[in-house]
Design a protein around this ligand. Structure first.
Ligand code: ATP
Ligand code: MG
Length: 430
């Protein structure tokens, strides 16, 4: 047992795997650079002290070096694991002990490292009590040897480390087909990495590699989920919330802000939210547009404003939480009439989701409880009793022309855009 203290000298690291298939040619360095940056920021934000090597690229992997003094199972490692499971682009990762390559007798050292890791990751296993390990029952050793100068090949490492573990009386059996635990050994140029678990990451692409988009962020259940899904595809978001004070309360705005703060946890450390004063436009719509077309026109105004904000922010698309067929404003006819006002691509990640899928995802990513706080939506307040479910483009355009006879719509749009403020939100504490 005393010998376990030596492990920290060799270094506790985290090996990060990312999707290589999508990484062809010129995209690769950009992807890796962004991912490296995102990993380093996420860990720093989570208060995980890094070692001198910090986060390095190593041939198809990223290696996180934790500050010296770590032991497998330390609480800081738990924080690191939570932070990494949110970094888009991470396919999976393994806390790993790194041993020097030039050990005189590497096999017992690898086995000791594996045992220490097993004790820290198998619930209930600690000290000299092997009962919990025995309960995990079976293991196999799976070695890879990218560093070919190492004297033993993968098969030999598998057999010898396996035998050494069995000699330590851990109470586990070997099962090469369906093991409960895989002891990973990676012999690389910079050292031997030993790990006993592979934790899934969220996959996707690092935020930023796909460019920027404006997310229409309402405060409901759908749009934050749509935002999260866009971020997972590497899209950096600028949130845009329409606020109809005093018809909607400050609480409604705070909800959008809190949702932005949850999304900030998944991004580069902050979330830009733009809040647009929408009251005057809504009042004009209320006054001059026939009831059954109000929702359609209101949403066309939102898209016009979004397009202008996108231009100002260098964004290339509009993202919404719209879903096919859910409500009157989301029939295929409505979606078409609404998006006709913009030339930007309109991305609707939830278009084909069932509500249950969206709710499940909202719970997972931590937005659900905020979304269901009671509040008045600027849409619901002005929602007509009988909206048109199948509006036609000519009708909408005619209604807008009639509106323009009564009020200077362009002036209202410009004023709304000019009055849109900009905040950089910090991640919401957990
Ligand atoms: P959500 O749950 O996102 O509010 P929803 O199913 O309630 O969606 P609507 O309220 O009709 O549907 O809105 C459709 C989409 O329009 C939203 O997902 C959002 O992208 C955008 N949107 C609606 N209201 C606002 C608002 N006040 N500010 C910004 N975007 C909005
Ligand atoms: Mg809504």
């Amino acid at each position: 047992m005393e010998r376990q203290g030596r492990l920290s000298l060799d270094g506790v690291t985290i090996l990060i795997r990312y999707g290589e298939i999508a990484l062809k040619g010129k995209n690769r360095p950009q992807f890796e650079g962004r991912l490296q940056q995102a990993v380093e920021r996420a860990l720093t934000r989570a208060g995980v002290p890094l070692g001198p090597g910090r986060v390095r690229r190593a041939y198809g992997r990223l290696v996180v070096e934790l500050a010296p003094g770590y032991e497998p199972g330390s609480p800081t490692l738990g924080r690191a694991i939570r932070a990494l499971s949110r970094v888009f682009g991470v396919v999976s990762f393994s806390p790993a002990v790194r041993l020097p390559l030039d050990l005189e007798d590497p096999i017992p050292a690898i086995a000791r490292a594996a045992l220490a890791l097993l004790k820290s990751t198998v619930p209930g296993a600690s000290g000299s009590d092997t009962a919990a390990l025995a309960a995990a029952r079976t293991f196999k050793v799976e070695a890879r040897r990218p560093f070919k100068q190492f004297p033993l090949n993968s098969l030999e490492i598998n057999q010898q480390v396996g035998a050494a573990l069995l000699r330590q009386g851990i109470g586990m059996r070997v099962d090469v087909h369906q093991p409960d635990v895989v002891v990973g050994v990676e012999v690389r140029q910079e050292g031997i990495y030993v790990s006993t678990e592979e934790i899934p990451g969220p996959g996707g692409l690092p935020v930023g590699v796909s460019g920027r988009a404006v997310l229409l962020l309402s405060g409901g259940i759908d749009s934050p989920v749509a935002g999260w899904m866009s971020m997972r595809r590497g899209v950096e978001l600028i949130g845009l919330h329409f606020h109809s004070y005093p018809f909607t309360s400050e609480e409604a705005r705070r909800k959008a802000e809190d949702l932005g703060r949850v999304l900030a946890r998944y991004g580069d450390g902050s979330f830009v939210l733009r809040v647009c004063p929408f009251t005057e436009l809504q009042k004009a719509i209320q006054r001059y547009v026939p009831e059954e077309l109000r929702i359609t026109i209101m949403r066309r105004m939102m898209f016009r404003i979004a397009e202008r904000i996108a231009a100002a922010e260098g964004a290339l698309a509009i993202v919404t939480g719209e879903n096919v067929g859910q409500v009157a404003s989301q029939t295929l006819e409505s979606l078409g009439v609404i998006e006709a006002v913009t030339r930007l691509p309109v991305l609707r990640p939830l278009a084909m989701f069932d509500k249950m899928e969206t709710v499940a995802r909202a719970r997972e990513i931590g937005t659900f409880d905020i979304s269901v706080r009671p509040y008045e939506d600027c849409c619901t307040i002005f929602t007509p009793v009988h909206p048109k479910t199948r509006p036609r483009l000519e009708e909408a355009e005619a209604a807008e022309r009639a509106m323009e006879q009564e009020v200077d719509v362009e002036a209202l749009l410009s004023a709304a855009v000019a009055g849109t403020d900009r905040q950089e939100l910090e991640p919401l504490p957990e």
